[in-house]
Unconditional design. Sequence first.
Length: 313
Amino acid sequence: MPHRAKSRIVVIMTITAVAAPAVTVVIPTWNRAGLVQRAVASVMDQIWRDWELVVVDDGSDDDSVAGLRAIVDPRVRILALEHSGNIARLRNLGVASGSGRLVAFLDSDDMWLPHKLARQVEALHATGAGWCYGNYAHIDAAGIPVAQRAGVFRADSGKILPALLREETAAYVGTLVVDRTLFDSVGGFDEGLTMRADLDFALRVAAVADAAVVADVLMHVREHPGRTTGRIADPHERSALVFERFLKRETDEGLRALARKRLARLLTDAGARRIAAGEIAQGFGLIAKAVGHGFRFGYAARRVAGALLARRS
């Protein structure tokens, strides 16, 4: 009897380990048949093996789904949906369909380095933090290293919200590993933001939980003509929406001041972009809106002057 009881416990533990992997990885994708295969391969090459991967296809009409279904690995699942264009929704559905205690995210045109998950799971266990982020590098369409266009990474840990608001560090979504309980407690990604929901998510997580950080490069972010962020017509206005949401929920005056300063610059940049495109009234309207959020006249004057010169050239 004691031997049978012991064997039964071993069997139950084995089934539990298989059914509930440590990490649920979510890759949203749309019409990236070749690139998504490389992204998936970078997950399968992880030193840390206790993961499941949910690839959420947003109604691709290329060979993406067929190629993904050809992958022979029980840890990889495909969630095929009708096209919505809402990346936040795709990520949320991917998390909901998984069972890992931790959740991680990878865009279908990016790639993880093999030590990515191992280093971050180790950092979370060592610190007891609710989430982890890390460093990243940029590559071009051919995989050749290129200079980073925007964003600054600094290895800050703990309460990093002020650093995020000041742009002293960046928590890129492809480097995030988040405790599922924390993910659920903040409501996941905001599906009302069709763009920049990743920035909004990082701010909300940083507002309620300490972060662990890995200073080493954990992934490659691919710069290419089809990159989603590169196709946004109004990037500054999309980012401004994130900080308008932040100001509606934040009560700490110090954090609000940092957010207003960031919002004022975004609105000014958005206005200058509109002016350069010939949308004069809309552009000056955005700059006028910036006046109520820590507007800096010198910065605005330079941006408007540059926009007007661009109009003449």
